[in-house]
Design a protein around this ligand. Structure first.
Ligand code: COA
Length: 382
């Protein structure tokens, strides 16, 4: 039987702290009027000191697994799409794997800028339809507030923090992920980047003093690239699925700028209500924007069973991508019973305890080995 990848669970998390356009006027020379008319953004959520990409990813992941009624131990694969991982390594996906107790999952981070979630969805869907895996968790999560230069009004007004996740599961039924389009053009790498902190320019006093650990963007060129790419990728992904724009129910585009969304909507000849937008309250959350928007579209009853959706994104790289999905899950989802909630909590408590025990055992083993070494029995060079 041909296996198809169906979205069976979804979840989102945004930090409680909200930064409005008026708040930003206290930080940089800007105005609510400028930000709102040029971008459509009114406010964004900002992570608190104890929130990171992995903690937000974990919250979104738990929700998604809850909706799918899937045990973390049944996950085969975890992908975290992010440009702001907790560390360069280990991957944020491994931190999430450990906290979930997803004991048999492969886990890796995916770097494709704001297109990361669409890239992740595509990779996971192909691994599922090839028969390699049955259950995958794809997360888009970002803490952009940590790499934004809060003295640069041209960029700091645009971005926000958050996470969104979906569970993809193998199923022989019609629908699910129908087609994907992925693209890249590294000649535009300099348009949107974080210059320092990698192997090209490692962290140094100089790089920090120069502010080269902050995001740099050439906004107008990115804008032009976006309004060209969004409609083209949407058309192509439908063509690959053998479908037309007339059959499309909802586009969930990357939430970067309302003017980009509106120009793309006009270019596709779609009515405004066929394209979902929520960036007014979140700003650009990069790889998290599409899964957060998908969750909100579901909450607002903008998605129904059998609807044809296109998720389409663009971003640093340059990269772009689109996924056509025939929504197969009944909506709204079954409410999670109080008992199941308790079980889930216990499961995550057990995962944390298991992780601590494994660390302790590793520590004891290292202690034992060192003790043996001091006795002259172990050679660490071997
Ligand atoms: N408040 C007030 N004025 C601002 C400002 C701010 N926050 N940011 C820039 N300006 C000023 C500029 O200094 C410039 O002033 P000048 O004409 O005196 O030099 C003026 O506004 C116009 O700047 P410009 O950069 O040309 O504005 P724009 O209309 O291109 O809008 C963006 C800027 C960033 C909103 C727009 O280019 C954009 O959205 N680009 C795409 C970005 C994006 O999507 N990135 C994510 C990709 S995943």
């Amino acid at each position: 039987m041909t296996m198809r990848a169906h979205i069976t669970g979804w979840g989102k998390f945004v930090p409680a702290q909200v930064l409005t356009n008026d708040d930003l006027t206290q930080i940089v020379d800007t105005s609510d009027e400028w930000i709102h008319t040029r971008t459509g953004i009114a406010e964004r959520h900002i992570a608190s000191d104890d929130e990171t990409t992995s903690t937000m990813a974990l919250q979104a992941a738990r929700q998604a697994l809850g909706v799918a009624a899937l045990k973390p131990s049944h996950l085969d694969l975890i992908i975290v799409a992010t440009a702001t991982p907790d560390y360069l390594f280990p991957s944020t996906a491994c931190l999430v794997q450990d906290a979930l107790g997803a004991s048999r999952a492969a886990a890796f981070d995916l770097s494709a800028g704001c297109t990361g979630f669409v890239y992740g969805l595509s990779v996971a869907a192909d691994l599922i339809s090839s028969g390699a895996y049955e259950n995958a968790l794809i997360i888009g999560a970002e803490t952009l507030s940590r790499i934004v230069d809060w003295s640069d009004r041209a960029t700091c007004v645009l971005f926000g923090d958050g996470a969104g996740a979906v569970v993809l599961q193998a199923n022989g039924a019609e629908g699910g992920v129908l087609s994907t389009v992925l693209g890249s053009d590294g000649s535009g790498a300099n348009l949107l980047r974080l210059p320092a902190g990698g192997s090209y320019e490692p962290a140094s006093h100089h790089s920090v003093a120069e502010g080269r650990h902050y995001l740099k963007m050439r906004g107008r060129e990115v804008f032009r690239f976006a309004v060209r790419t969004l409609p083209a990728a949407t058309r192509l992904v439908l063509e690959r699925a053998g479908l037309t724009l007339a059959e499309l129910n909802l586009v969930i585009p990357h939430q970067a700028n309302q003017r980009i969304i509106e120009a793309s909507t006009r270019s596709l000849g779609l009515p405004p209500e066929a394209v979902f937008s929520n960036l007014e309250r979140y700003g650009n959350t990069s790889a998290a924007s599409i899964p957060i928007a998908l969750c909100e579209a579901i909450e607002k009853k903008r998605v129904k069973q059998n609807d044809l959706l296109v998720c389409v994104g663009f971003g640093a790289g340059l990269t772009w991508g689109a996924t056509a999905v025939r929504w197969s899950m009944p909506l709204p989802p079954q409410p999670i019973s109080p008992w199941r909630r308790i079980w889930q909590k216990l499961r995550y408590f057990y995962a944390a305890a298991r992780s601590s025990v494994r660390r302790l055992l590793r520590w004891l083993l290292a202690l034992g080995t060192n003790w043996k070494g001091s006795d002259g029995h172990t050679n660490h060079d071997k």
